[in-house]
Write a protein that binds this ligand. Sequence first.
Ligand code: ZN
Length: 248
Amino acid sequence: MKTKILKAAEVIKKSRNLIALTGAGISVESGIPDFRSAGGLWDKYDPAVYATIEAFNKMPGKVWEMIFDMIDLTAKADPNPGHRAMAELEAMGLLKSIITQNIDNLHQKGGSKNVIEYHGNSSRLVCLRCGSDFGIEEYRIFEREIPNCKNCQRILKPSVIFFGEMIPQKALFESQFLADSADAVLVVGTSAIVYPAAGIPETAKENGAVIIEVNIEETVLSGGVTDIFIQGSSGIILPDLLEAVKSL
Ligand code: ZN
């Protein structure tokens, strides 16, 4: 384990274009279970019923029952040492960008500046009619009051990508560009089997990047595109990795 961390630290230290790809695993230690896991959000709410854009358009009041729980879960969570270590790697000029599949805003809360979100952010609300957007703090979300647009009165939707919605073009273009130019990729807390996230380590690897993976369990990446697999929780491994980088 120690030698793997040291090896990864050397790659990070030498890199000129390190990017990261993160998923649900990094936020588990912040108290947010993977939506798809037992006890996760989809255990309580069938995403086919509650998390499609069609459902939101047809019965926003019902879908807001799920959204209140989702925002409760994410907005009250704090970043953990894994998020903070990544923010520090960015502040040191080593980590150029984080591409995340998470909606919990924890990278930003942990101090990261350059974050590309595939699936949006649950701390913002958007109006599907007039395009206005608002912070959740402008409404009484925690009192479970369904928010209406201050400009046109339509029920707002969290700025989170629902099933049936497109991943934002800007996020796709930016991450494709990053994957093409990266010389190292830090994959954290994701099995990266769902595209487009899955394409990031693959593309980068084809362009010669070194792939470092930090996950609790081995994934399809571990035996293939991953060069250095470090098994363990990101809240422990990432601070260790940061210390190792600093010691070089
Ligand atoms: Zn509006």
